[in-house]
Design a protein around this ligand. Structure first.
Ligand SMILES: *Cc1c(COP(=O)(O)O)cnc(C)c1O
Length: 360
């Protein structure tokens, strides 16, 4: 079978093993005589699947018992509104760290519900770093501090978990399960599945039970974490097939050695590409400061921008997919999520060197 090297930022590659499993039981899920597309979310087989997916996620991330794990819909973007709705009762403002495109969107959405304080920003530096901790202006009365662990568009990643006296909220959309995270340091962590967790359609929310009594009155039940927690994330019909595939992907990740194991592989994959960029003598450029470079998304430009179209065209012809940079910043971006193997990244690094030899 001729499979592409899929470097898309999301939806992204799923492990071949997961696709094979889903394929093998497509017409008969768990002996039900139905596919996982057709089965009721109230059936024993689906409830068991949902339970197992939660257990696998808890085991992979060592989630402490006093956190709820929710499998919701609406993507990470809905969390930009759902987080403030659920955490602002009795509070006037929330703190945000602005480190790239996605935290910017989170800030814009939160402004509908609260006075947002930008506690730190690297905007003036063109989002080439996480602002120095010494420059953060944290408000001890804020409802929470929100940060974007990995900026998927700008390729900027936090080198360490921020410290705050208020609940810490993490958009881990493009990094959850690609590297260890200390859930206990957070009030809430969220991620849409379509990067490292599974297909589009499921959003994982991990939330400290102590925060479940802070929803604004306007919060619809369907968006209320406490209500969803009581209903095991099935207040209405969930995205059953996405949930099923997410479950298979979580099982695969446990078999593959878990988060610490894939983290080592992911760091090695990223190092390979950054080396190809840094050793190109300025032909390829990534302008993120070394300490903040993302292991999940490697954006770069060609010093001669006029050659980018040719690069993308030839890359596509060579079987590389999804390399076009986000429309907001242009250039090239290689997303190196869990299901991307080292050989695909080696092939891309070789392609980059070949392209430079031919066009440098
Ligand atoms: C992809 C992404 C989002 C948006 O996810 P959707 O599921 O498309 O809403 C938000 N934040 C980060 C960091 C992302 O990478």
């Amino acid at each position: 079978m001729d499979r592409s090297h899929n470097f898309s930022a999301g939806p992204s590659a799923l492990p071949m093993e997961v696709l094979r499993e889903a394929h093998a039981e497509f017409f008969d899920f768990a002996g039900s005589g139905m596919s996982a597309l057709e089965i009721s979310h109230r059936s024993d087989a689906f409830v068991e699947l949902a339970h197992q997916a939660e257990q696998d996620l808890r085991a992979l991330l060592k989630v402490p018992a006093h956190y709820k794990v929710l499998f919701l819909q609406g993507g990470a973007s809905l969390q930009f509104s759902q987080v403030p709705m659920n955490l602002l009762r009795g509070r006037k403002s929330a703190d945000y760290l602005h480190t790239g495109l996605w935290s910017g969107k989170a800030i814009a959405a939160a402004r509908r519900y609260a006075a947002v304080r930008v506690a730190g920003s690297s905007e003036a530096a063109g989002f080439d770093r996480v602002p120095a901790v010494a420059d953060w202006r944290l408000d001890p009365d804020a409802a929470y501090l929100h940060y974007t662990e990995n900026e998927t568009v700008h390729g900027v990643q936090f080198p360490a978990t921020p410290t705050a006296s208020v609940p810490l909220v993490c958009d881990a959309c493009s990094s959850l399960l690609s590297k260890p995270i200390d859930v206990a340091k957070h009030g809430l962590v969220y991620a849409a599945a379509q990067k490292n967790i599974g297909p589009a359609g499921v959003t994982v929310v991990i939330v400290d039970e102590a925060l479940l009594d802070r929803a604004l009155e306007i919060t619809p039940d369907i968006l209320n974490y406490a209500q969803q927690a009581r209903a095991d994330s099935m207040l209405n019909t969930p995205a059953t097939f996405s949930w099923y595939l997410t479950g298979l992907t979580l099982k695969w990740l446990r078999r593959a050695g878990g988060v610490a194991h894939v983290h080592r592989a992911n760091a090695a994959k990223a190092a390979l590409l950054y080396r190809a960029i840094d050793e190109s003598g300025g032909f390829y450029v990534n302008r993120v400061q070394a300490a903040y470079r993302s292991i999940n998304n490697v954006p770069f430009v060609l010093a001669d921008a006029a050659r980018e179209e040719r690069f993308l065209h030839l890359a596509e012809r060579a079987g590389f997919r999804g390399l076009k940079g986000h429309a907001a910043v242009g250039g090239i971006r290689a997303s190196l999520y869990n299901a991307i193997g080292l050989p695909a990244v080696e092939a891309l690094a070789d392609f980059m060197r070949d392209f430079q030899r031919a066009h440098g």
